[in-house]
Design a protein around this ligand. Structure first.
Ligand code: NAP
Length: 451
């Protein structure tokens, strides 16, 4: 019989409590056949397994999820950076594996990148994972490194200890329902594929905005800022999926190669870009009162290939903005005959990740009884309105992929390396910097003139 052991480092953190445990509860609940699953929550606090479940419940994991998790979950105390404390984890794994012929192990590192090397070093030193055993993998949460130099060091170290197939770099945006549907939409529909090029597109926006500020994570955010926190990972991954050529196949290697080739063709346009900080940021807990960190980025890119020549791509993200939303919007050119109509508008295609998983075409048609007035219509398909239970949370999808050993939704080192090079360019050629009012919005909100 097969055994699956998922070991979570950072088990008392926000990510584990808000995302990973509810996702694992859904995985267990939907697959039903998980008698041989063990979840080991690793932490430095002196908890029993029941204490731990009480702690996560107090911090927001609901009773239903706790009941589903309880039969599988156990807590293991250790000090991440002290190899001599890993013996207990090793003994626990040995006991859990006893009697099983095949054991798949997932070590999930829901901790900052400064802990990636010590944990990997200790796991490999005790043979909890051995190089080349593809049944054992380590998942590294984003960000993969605080800086480009840092990322290269981590990667170099990991390559000495593990093979590429054992390293899963997590960017949970790749698990989001609409991001997974994007390639199918682009490459299987002639009415989208045929229009996805410079002769028809006037501009593209990739937007991820948040109403929240930095909540209680001031010290963390003040080290990373918007470029490392959002652009380096989520927005550049979305950008790559928008501009990549069709991959040779849907195998992870081919998809990753197509994304890397695409990212290598982008050119950042500093004169049409902007970074900013919301007013009041420097008074937040944990933030340096003179902090130069940016909480907003509006970045313009060109893509150097014949398909997108001269099409501007705008990446926009930030905190304390008017609303929380995430979408990709393609704005099309208008045909010459549109000049027959005084209120003609360009067509649009919006692929929305949040608050809904939705695709909307913006088109126009005549108003009834009115020859030249156009009515603007939205043709939409909302996946989570129509199939509410079918749209899974990103982390649930990512766990399913890790269990199946599929890597398509996990960026390769070369993708991350290329993304860091783009961030390095942005840092070297800083755009204009503003402070902005909280509640700022791109479409008619406060301080629009600045943008
Ligand atoms: N939160 C999210 O939604 C989210 C989303 C995507 C990516 N991430 C990334 O995931 C990582 C974790 O985020 P988070 O929000 O969960 O952070 P967090 O709430 O600060 O939790 C950090 C976790 O790491 C543990 N930890 C830190 N230093 C440790 C040490 N020296 N020894 C043992 N344990 C240690 C903490 O244990 P204690 O409780 O004992 O301090 C805690 O369990 C970060 O890199 C973050 O950028 C987070």
């Amino acid at each position: 019989m097969n055994k699956l052991i998922i070991t979570i480092f950072g088990s008392t953190g926000d990510l584990t409590i808000r995302k990973l445990l509810p996702a694992l509860s859904n995985v267990i609940n939907t697959q039903k056949d998980f008698t041989s699953l063990s979840i080991v929550a690793v932490g430095r606090r002196a908890f029993t397994s029941e204490d731990y479940l009480g702690f996560v419940e107090e911090n927001g994991v609901n009773h239903h999820d706790i009941d589903i998790l309880r039969p599988h979950l156990m807590y293991c105390k250790l000090d991440i950076v002290d190899g001599s404390t890993y013996g207990q984890l090793s003994d626990l794994h040995a006991a859990l594996m006893r009697g099983f012929t095949t054991v798949r192990k997932i070590f999930y590192l829901a901790v900052g990148p400064d802990l990636f090397i010590p944990i990997s070093e200790n796991l490999t030193a005790l043979n909890l994972i051995t190089k080349g055993d593809e049944n054992s993998i380590i998942a590294f949460e984003k960000p993969f490194g605080h800086t480009y130099e840092d990322a290269k060091l981590i990667n170099k170290f990991l390559e000495t200890k593990l093979t590429a197939r054992q390293i899963y770099r997590v960017d949970h945006y790749l698990g989001k329902a609409m991001i997974q549907k994007l390639l199918g939409l682009r490459f299987s529909n002639e009415m989208i594929h045929g229009l996805w090029q410079k002769d028809h597109i006037s501009e593209v926006k990739i937007v991820v905005t948040e109403e929240d500020g930095i909540l209680n994570r001031g010290a963390y955010y003040d080290e990373v800022g918007v470029l490392n926190d959002m652009i380096q990972s989520h927005l550049l991954q979305m950008f790559a999926l928008v501009i990549m050529d069709a991959p040779k196949s849907l195998r992870s290697y081919d998809v990753q190669q197509a994304k890397i080739a695409a990212l290598k063709q982008v050119e950042y346009v500093p004169s049409a870009s902007l970074l900013g900080q919301y007013k009041g940021y420097r008074e937040e807990k944990g933030v340096d009162p003179d902090s130069p960190i940016s909480t907003l980025a509006f970045l313009t890119f060109k893509v150097h290939n014949p398909t997108f020549k001269d099409v501007p791509f705008y990446l926009f993200t930030g905190k304390k903005l008017a609303k929380k939303e995430a979408y990709i919007e393609i704005l099309f050119k208008t045909p010459p005959s549109a000049s027959l109509y005084p209120n003609a508008q360009p067509n649009s295609l919006r692929i929305e990740l949040a608050p809904f998983s939705r695709v909307t075409f913006g088109i126009s048609s005549n108003e009834e009884n009115n020859g030249d007035e156009l009515q603007h219509l939205a043709l939409e398909h909302c996946y989570d309105c129509e199939f509410p239970s079918a749209v899974k949370e990103a982390y649930e999808i990512l766990f399913n992929e890790m269990m199946a050993g599929r890597k398509t939704l996990f960026p390769s080192w070369e993708e991350i390396d290329t993304a860091w090079q783009i961030i390095t360019q942005i840092r070297a050629q800083k755009p204009r910097w503003i402070t902005y009012d909280q509640g700022f919005s791109l479409d008619g909100g406060k301080q629009n003139d600045e943008v």
